[in-house]
Every structure is written in C-alpha cells, then in structure tokens.
Design a protein around this ligand. Structure first.
Ligand code: PMV
Length: 325
C-alpha cells in the first residue's frame, strides 16, 4: 500500500483538565475533560507502508529517530496493523510546527496527526469518533485534537466509548495567548505526575467531584457564549488540578517564578477591565484565555515583562486536516 497523505493535527489546551487514569494501559481517564484546539501549534505527519524498507523508520523534523522513539511509534501503529493485517514496514515522517523558541513539545498534536495518517495509509478509514479512541491510546490529550474548537473527551465506560465529541466551533471572539516561561523539557512527565497524584494526593477525591461540576457548568457557558463564565471556570479548574499535585507525596509543582508573574499580570489586567483568565498544564508555561479582539492589547502588556518570542497569540484551530501533498 503506497498512499502517502500528510495529515495535520492542531494541539489543544484543556480548560477542564484531564489529570489521572483509571486504566494505565488503555489510557482511560478518571474524569471527562474539555479543551480548546489552537491553530498556532500543529504537527504534520505522513505514514507510508513500504516494501522497500526493512523496518519501521521514523523521521521527526527531518531527523532520523533512535530505536526508543521509533518503537513508541511502532507500538502505536500496531493498533492499525492488527485489524488490517498489514505487516509491511512503515516510513513515518513528522514535523512539528511550533513558533520559534516555544518548545511546546506536543503529544496531543503529534499523536493525533499520527493517528490520522495511519488511518489513511492503512485504509482502515475509521470515522472521527472512533479514530479519537485510537489517538487516545497514543496520548490522552490527543483524543481531543481530532476535532476543532471546543472539544469534550468523555471518560466513557470502556475503551470503545472513551472518545472526543465536538462541542462548539469557538467561532465567537475567543483566543489564547501562550506565554512561554520556559521551553525546556519537563522533569516529571504528565504520565508520572498524574499517576503519583492519583495514588497519593488526599485532595484527589475532591478534585474528581468538583471537576465533574465544572464540566457541566462550562458546557452551559460555552453554549451561551458567556466568555466570563468560561474564563472563571477555566482558571479555577486549572488551579484545582495544580492543587491536587501539591497534595501528592512527594509534592509536585510545575510552576516557576515567571509563571506566577504571568498569573499576577492576568489578575491585574482583569482589574483594569480587560477580561482574561489563565490556565497551566504539566509545565511552567501559562496560557491566557481571552477575547481574540483583546489579544494584541494583552500581548503588548505581557511584552513589558516577557520577550516577544515568548508570546504567541492563537486563534481556535480546526480538526484533523488532510493536506494535499
Ligand atoms: O495526555 P498527556 O500525557 O499529554 O496529559 C495531558 C495532561 C494535561 O495537559 C495537564 C491536561 C490536559 O487535559 O491536557
């Protein structure tokens, strides 16, 4: 089989966080989550099954990858090989499009693009919802990157129904400013961080109860285009996730001094009447949810403290795109 189409997937930032698995192998989450897909950060990937190579071969950003990285991709491709019986080695070429110096290595766009490309190359041609369950097996957050706009990853009851559902196209004056506090690779992976939190944090039960409520409320706010409500729930939910980590043993925190500086600036901007709200993931970078129409004004204020290459404004992104080569 020689179909070699490139697929683009955009990354996403969770407004209602996923932080914990109930099944490590199948990547089934302990709660549902909800994100905004962003158009400024994406991955393009092609997969081709080729008779003329002897083993799976993986290039990332034009560089041939080592065995460990290639094995990770091969393990994922197994999901597509099993139902189709394809044994042929695969040539995988992947490029991350991330503005210079951002260093936001994104498993979400990476695994979603790989899933999309493997879906085409294998001829499996799964519909999006089922494809999102495959992307999930690569990385939890990738489940949501199959779709654009606001997307819910429903925790489901099994591997078959733990999938993403598009909620709203986010085409209503919403954007995000990504503040790159530090682009170094994180020391504790999200996989290890969430596992430790689930197992040891006494706050975890409270998190599960409250995040379920946040999800219901944010969906109502999204449907009524209530930006302030969406922002308030986003900021609160992100802080509660980080609270669970502080309660873990050993305690975990991804914050750096400039993360706090960014949070304080967001609060200050709100005091001045500019609505914006922050969220953070398993790293020190701060993402500021704002009105797209306010984003340049907000960026200019951040530029008084951060270098401009640390500041990236993004619009909402689309779902998987099949590129014409
Ligand atoms: O699926 P992972 O390993 O990229 O974990 C994502 C965890 C958070 O980014 C912190 C939250 C989320 O829902 O994306």
């Amino acid at each position: 089989m020689t179909i070699e189409k490139k697929v683009r997937a955009y990354t996403n930032i969770a407004l209602i966080k996923y932080w914990g698995k109930r099944d490590e192998a199948a990547i089934l989450p302990t709660s549902s989550s909800l994100s905004l897909t962003l158009d400024a950060f994406y991955t393009e990937t092609s997969v081709a099954f080729k008779e003329d190579i002897t083993q799976d071969t993986f290039y990332l950003n034009g560089v041939l990858q080592n065995e460990a990285a290639t094995q990770k991709v091969s393990r994922f491709l197994k999901l597509f090989r099993e139902p189709t019986g394809i044994q042929t080695p695969a040539l995988i070429k992947s490029t991350n499009f991330v503005p210079t110096a951002a260093g936001l290595a994104s498993s979400a766009s990476g695994m979603a693009a790989l899933a999309g490309a493997a879906n085409l190359a294998s001829g499996l041609n799964l519909p999006d919802q089922e494809l999102s369950t495959y992307a999930r097996r690569g990385s939890g957050s990738a489940t949501r990157s199959i779709y654009g706009g606001f997307v819910e990853w429903q925790m489901g009851t099994s591997s078959e129904d733990s999938y993403a559902v598009p909620i709203d196209d986010a085409n209503w004056d919403i954007g995000m400013l990504v503040v790159v506090v530090n682009s170094r690779q994180k020391e504790v992976s999200s996989r290890d961080g969430m596992k430790n939190t689930v197992e040891t944090s006494p706050f975890y039960a409270g998190w599960l109860e409250s995040t379920a409520k946040d999800l219901i409320e944010i969906k109502k706010a999204i449907h009524s285009h209530d930006f302030q409500k969406v922002g308030e729930i986003t900021e609160s939910n992100g802080m509660k996730m980080h609270g669970t980590m502080l309660g873990a043993n050993p305690p975990l925190s991804y914050w750096e001094p400039y993360s706090v500086v960014a949070m304080q600036l967001v609060r200050q901007l709100r005091k001045e009447g500019i609505p914006c709200y922050f969220t953070m993931d398993a790293g020190p970078n701060v993402k500021v949810l704002c009105r797209l129409s306010d984003s340049e004004k907000i960026k200019a204020r951040f530029a008084e403290v951060f270098r401009t290459e640390q500041l990236i404004v993004s619009r909402p992104g689309k779902g998987l795109q099949i590129m014409s080569n």
